[in-house]
Design a protein. Structure first.
Length: 478
């Protein structure tokens, strides 16, 4: 996909926007980079430099950051200042066209709705890819990225950083060692959207049209999604709960919290998924109805319909069913968010809280409780399970850290532990739950091999998104 007009940006335009001094951009000649560079450093381009982009740039800082692409000058300015050698862009498509020969690998740290187009554009050019979780915005996109990475032989990693932790390995080894017996149920929860890094939910689309910040290229931020006027309710912070841009609480936290049971229990593709959701009308709407001049039923119902079309719910319960796998029995996995919590397991002390995010993995002979991000704080319940027991054998390879795991893979080492071959199926499972939210109160029967819902055409229509003109990315037009 070639672009006639460059979307590169001067360093002055970026840095002046945040009241920092302009720094002259200098690009190190390609012949001294990549495999021929001292220390065999990778030439890495970053797509997104604020938010998670900042953390990812810090994670790869020991390599050669040769390009930074971001649509928001203010949010990117700090990282740009720290990488004065990097060439600057607004449009990743232009960056990949102009610097194709100078880039070995790409890090994608954009909102969910642009993960696929950015990652696929890099993969089809033969670039290694690190992409933030969730891997993509739809089930179709996840499957396409997973398969494309295999075809092109590139090294990949999804940004569920806890997958490289010691706790998640210990959790898996406990289960595989038979420490809690056969597992038949998992209950997982998150305090999102209200808790932790909160974002709005149960909202109709804003009607105001404030001016676009001068430092933001709104058209490029929208990317493949259907165009709408700018509003700060979307960018740069609160996009996660808008259906066109994010994947809600489950998409945000599921690739962290569901990672341990998915890995330990080898869950794979579910047989079915069902969602029950709750939308709460805006308090401002109730204020307009307190006078009793109109029947409240019609405007409340209308606003809830608008919410369902625009944002994810205030709270949800998602129920998955997985088949038996080898000698492991079928598993029922239930997800709770928005402040909802699972039943307290008998082994969990009545005077102890659950924490904002976590999971109970219920075995016939015990329970594992863990937090978010790689089974943080994993422990066996009851506490007596830990007494007089040696730790399980370390049967799973340990890694230095999440970013280094991917960098080593790019340089000829073993594949990263959360490569798309693993992160893809995990994300696909998570996004099936997100899909079920769009068709609530319906048990969707999933045919994973053929990637279709066997009993609901509306759900099938939502598996694949429609892109704005100029944003389709495929093997055919790469």
């Amino acid at each position: 996909m070639k672009r006639a007009v460059s979307q590169g940006i001067s360093r002055r335009a970026f840095l002046e926007a945040s009241a920092t001094a302009a720094v002259a951009a200098t690009v190190v000649p390609g012949r001294v980079l990549g495999r021929e560079a001292p220390g065999n450093k990778l030439n890495i381009a970053a797509i997104g430099a604020g938010g998670r982009g900042r953390a990812n740039l810090l994670g790869i800082a020991a390599e050669n950051v040769v390009a930074i692409c971001d649509v928001d000058q203010v949010r990117a300015a700090n990282m740009i200042k720290q990488h004065p050698q990097a060439k600057l862009y607004r449009d990743f498509r232009v960056m990949l066209d102009e610097m194709e020969r100078d880039i070995d690998a790409v890090v994608v740290s954009t909102p969910d709705h642009t993960h696929y187009v950015a990652a696929m554009a890099a993969i089809t050019r033969g670039k290694h890819v690190y992409c933030e979780k969730p891997l993509a915005h739809s089930v179709y996109e996840v499957r396409a990225l997973t398969e494309a990475a295999r075809r092109h032989g590139v090294q990949t990693q999804m940004g569920n950083q806890g997958h490289s932790s010691e706790d998640i390995r210990l959790c898996c080894e406990w289960i595989r060692d038979g420490r809690i017996g056969a597992v038949r149920e998992v209950h997982a929860w998150s305090d999102r959207p209200a808790g932790g890094y909160a974002f709005p939910a149960s909202m109709p689309r804003p009607t105001e049209t404030p001016p676009i910040p001068e430092t933001l290229d709104w058209d490029l931020w929208i990317g493949p999604a259907k165009y709408r006027p700018y509003h700060p309710a979307y960018a740069p912070i609160f996009w996660r709960s808008w259906i066109d841009f994010g994947t809600g609480p489950l998409g945000d936290m599921g690739c962290h919290i569901l990672d341990p049971p998915f890995w330990a229990l080898q869950l794979g593709s579910p047989l079915s998924v069902e969602a029950n959701t709750s939308y709460n009308p805006d308090p401002a709407l109730w204020k307009t109805l307190f006078g009793g001049e109109v029947d409240h039923k019609t405007p409340v119902a209308r606003q809830i319909d608008q919410m369902r079309n625009e944002t994810y719910p205030s709270a949800s319960i998602i129920r998955y069913e997985f088949p038996a796998r080898g000698d492991m029995p079928p598993v029922k996995l239930t997800w709770y968010d928005g402040g909802l919590l699972p039943p307290r397991p008998e082994a969990h002390p009545a005077n102890k809280g659950f924490g904002g995010n976590g999971s109970f993995i219920l075995g016939d002979e015990g329970t594992i409780m863990h937090g978010s991000h790689g089974a943080g704080g994993a422990k066996l319940l009851p506490d007596s399970k830990l007494k007089d027991l040696e730790g399980p054998a370390k049967t799973i390879d340990r890694v230095e850290n999440h970013h280094r795991d991917w960098i080593n893979a790019c340089k000829g080492g073993r594949p990263a532990s959360s490569s798309f071959d693993y992160g893809g199926p995990l994300t696909e499972m998570v996004l099936l739950g997100v899909l079920a939210m769009r068709v609530p109160d319906t048990k969707l029967l999933w045919d994973g091999e053929n990637m279709k819902v066997a009993n609901n055409e509306r759900a099938n229509e939502l598996l694949k998104l429609k892109y704005r003109d100029g944003w389709s990315i495929s093997e055919d037009n790469s």
